[in-house]
Every structure is written in structure tokens, then in C-alpha cells.
Write a protein of this length. Structure first.
Length: 211
């Protein structure tokens, strides 16, 4: 039986909720199973949505989601695989940029300016905590901001089908990674994992339904 997008979305919310619960209360095995499961369900949403975005757009988004799935596995590894996870998500953003840029009529100057100010501000605040990862983090930040710029430009300039979903997803992705970076490099804060995971899952779901 084929599940509808609504049914899959319900399962995603349930799986994401239990993932967050497992992050705080355990058992850890539940987290290891449920986090990738949530992303797999999101991939299924992307595969069956029917917006007129074109096959190439859908394939690029699915490729980005698959890279994200690999990144999630690396970040959950018992030993620290942060760099491997960072590289996996870097590839995810490259695929997302390619998808969003395909529908850009004109690149938004205001979006570029706002994202640049935000990115430079975050780097300045967290710079000392990056240590030997400075170069890698700068490249990643550039990639995710380019992804957000492409999504915002696609929405505001061309009004492409699914553009609003993709733009909202891109901004939530920036929010999620910002919270993750602050928690890792500046200092842990209360509710960090709930914020990181909820915005991450919402971002990926929005990008998936944009297809």
C-alpha cells in the first residue's frame, strides 16, 4: 500500500519526536535507529511529491537528502566523525544549490547581503572555538549560505513551484546548523538538541515537499 504525503508526514513527526525524546532520555539505540529513519521517511516524501519542478530538481534534492543521511550516520558514530559528517553535508548543500539554482530568474541582492552579514557575524562570534577546523568550517558556511541564497532567489525572483517551501527549508537549515555550531564551539546551552533536531527535520521535510 502506497502511503500518502500526509501519512508519511505524520510518521515523520512521530519519528522526529521520538528521536528527540531518545536524545534526552535514551536508550541510545533508539536514537541511532530513529534519526536516520526520519530522514528515510523524508526521502520517501521527496520521491512521491508531484509539483511541476522537473525530474532533475527532484533527483538533486533526493541526492542531497541521501548525503544528509550519510552525514547523520557519521555524526552519530560513537567516535567523533565530525569532519566526515561536515563533508557529507557539504555535498548535500552542493546538490541543493544545483537544484535551487535551476529555477533562479535573478539572484536576490538583498538576500545575499543579509546572509553575508549573518554568516560573517556567526563566524566572528565562534572563530576562536573552531581551532584546526577553521578552513573547513568557512567552506561549509559558504556552502550553506549559498544554498540559502539560491533558495531565496528561486522563490523571490521566479516564484518557481515549491519555491516558498524550499526557501523556508533552507532558512531552517541555516538555523539548525547555527544552533549546532554554537552548541559545539561556543558552549552547550539548555534545549540545544531539541532546537537542532526539530529545525533540522523541519528543514529537510520542507525541502522534500518542494519537489
Amino acid at each position: 500500500m502506497k502511503l500518502t504525503t500526509a501519512a508519511l508526514s505524520f510518521l515523520i513527526v512521530a519519528s522526529a519526536s521520538f528521536t528527540i525524546r531518545a536524545e534526552y532520555r535514551g536508550p541510545r539505540l533508539h536514537f541511532y535507529v530513529l534519526k536516520p529513519l526520519t530522514v528515510v521517511l523524508i526521502i520517501l516524501v521527496a520521491l512521491q511529491t508531484k509539483h511541476e519542478t522537473g525530474a532533475n530538481y527532484k533527483l538533486l534534492v533526493v541526492a542531497g537528502l541521501l548525503c544528509s543521511l550519510v552525514g547523520d550516520v557519521f555524526l552519530m558514530w560513537p567516535r567523533d566523525r565530525f569532519v566526515a559528517g561536515l563533508v557529507s553535508f557539504l555535498f548535500a548543500h552542493v546538490f541543493y544549490v544545483a537544484a535551487f539554482a535551476s529555477g533562479v530568474g535573478a539572484w536576490s541582492v538583498w538576500a545575499a547581503a543579509a546572509l553575508l552579514v549573518y554568516g560573517v557575524s556567526m563566524l566572528g562570534l565562534l572563530w576562536r572555538g573552531f581551532g584546526k577546523l577553521k578552513a573547513a568550517v568557512v567552506v561549509y558556511v559558504a556552502a550553506i549560505l549559498l544554498m540559502a541564497w539560491a533558495a531565496l532567489s528561486r522563490w523571490s525572483g521566479a516564484g518557481a513551484d515549491g519555491g516558498a517551501w524550499a526557501a523556508a527549508g533552507a532558512l531552517l537549515f541555516v538555523a539548525s546548523d547555527s544552533a549546532l555550531a554554537w552548541n559545539r564551539f561556543k558552549g552547550e546551552f539548555k534545549g540545544a538538541q531539541a532546537l537542532i533536531l526539530s529545525t533540522y527535520f523541519a528543514a529537510q521535510w520542507l525541502i522534500a515537499v518542494s519537489t
